[in-house]
Design a protein around this ligand. Sequence first.
Ligand code: SF4
Length: 560
Amino acid sequence: MITTEPAKLTHNEVIKDAIPTLAGNIAATMASGTDQFSADDQQFTKFHGIYQQDDRDLRKTQKKFIMMIRGRIPGGIMTPAQWLTFDDLASTYGNNTLRITTRQSIQFHGVVMAGLGPLIKKINDCLLSTLAACGDVNRNITASPTPAQTTARVAMMADVHRVVAALAPQTKSYHAIWLDGVQLNLDDPANKDFVDPLYGKTYLPRKFKASFVLPPNNDMDVFTNDLGFIAIVEKGQLVGYNLAVGGGMGRTHGNVTTYPRLADVIGFFKPQHIVDIAKAVLTVHRDFGDRTDRKHARLKYVVAERGVDFVRSEIEQRVGFKLEPARAYQFTTTNDAYGWHKAVDGTNFLTLFVETGRIKDTDKARQKTALRRIAEQFGNIEFRLTANQNVLLANVSDADQPAINALLTEHGVRTENQASLLHGNSMACPALPTCGLALAESERMLPGLVDRIEKLCSDLGLGTEEIVIRSTGCPNGCARPYTAEIGFVGKAPGRYQLWLGGNASGTRLNKLFKEVIKEAELETELRPLFARFATERMPSERFGDWCDRAVLKEQPTAAN
Ligand code: SF4
């Protein structure tokens, strides 16, 4: 008789099972005075919002361990006081920059071991957290930040906070380590046998991302999430949500069993069921996700391989009712509305472009100091981080608007014509020198690359084109390159895959056009395409749509 051995669980599953509080030896290690965590503790620290990294610019001469700490900031909303805390922490413990992430959070880079404790304590003191900012749990929940379209956003944000609370892990190790400064006793049965009421003993097979979006703006890129809630507003009221499941960007070079995927819209439900639905989708991932291969562990593979009907049926069984048919909605853009605008409640809001999400002071513009001054002087406004790595200042009164303008101007920060069309539609992940997975530059490379594309477009009479351009230093896809009209995905230093054909509304994946191009030869690669586009396009047709219609359909594309 042939027997097949069950596939072996990943090491991450083994250590979660052994230490279900996720405490590891984190507190003991920090107390020991060392500059680094053990390999296993590097997995546990992720649940606490910490990635151990090293400065890759220095790696050849001297390995220097540094930490990246990511805040958990639901919907990217911060009070001015919280902004000041984060600004202080970046200057005191980080590299004096604030890095806005694509999930409406802020990361600190370059923190050494001794800075970890005080930094995380101060984040908690200002009523934010880093718990579950990373790790095999639900990550920071994103939500449309713009107050331009409907007052129903207020009701949606109340639902965001209900889901945030419902999906938070319950381990007491976070409090013990970062607030009390103690190492949990792992032999205590209460810790050894801890079982999270939602996640169970071993949490999720992999990360889980959830987002709320308010059509017609798809500023959340909602279909790139495991779980998407598309708000349906009728006669000005939030009547419910269309449910989208199974999106995700990450893939692995050369591994055709991994791929980016957009979420499927599988039905509609009323707001009172939001928590039950969120828990149901999360537990489908918990129960059916692949725990034997972390590259194949996301919910998107469950949806792709078991099918939408299976997943809908699982969700319906867990919530105890049937989803209604999805309701009509339309998305028009994924971009942010730069500049000043009127909100629906009569206040004003300003969206400030942040190049590659890095808030800093430069010779040309002191954006970091300007935002600090605004936080100090205007206590009634709200800071909102966008999923395009920008900052939105909301709830600004007519009376405060001129003073904020003057303050920004004084620091060299523009509020109009802030960025060219291409820069304003570009996004890059951090990659080198901090990310341990980076194969190529991204954040440090993209602005110059966009300048070159701009020159190319201008030479060919395409200077007024809006094109979504995104880059990442590896195929994990943190800056969502697979929904861009042009996506650069790092393969090796100076070498990128070229992906073409996403659309403006984030409803179509792009496709691999070329397995490798050299950054130095960008013009040679793109000039023929832009030249064809200039002559072949239909009126108003965007570059990504033309690529999808005219270029990608005429050539076999690589599967991965
Ligand atoms: Fe690092 Fe890759 Fe994410 Fe970029 S996409 S930040 S290189 S993991």
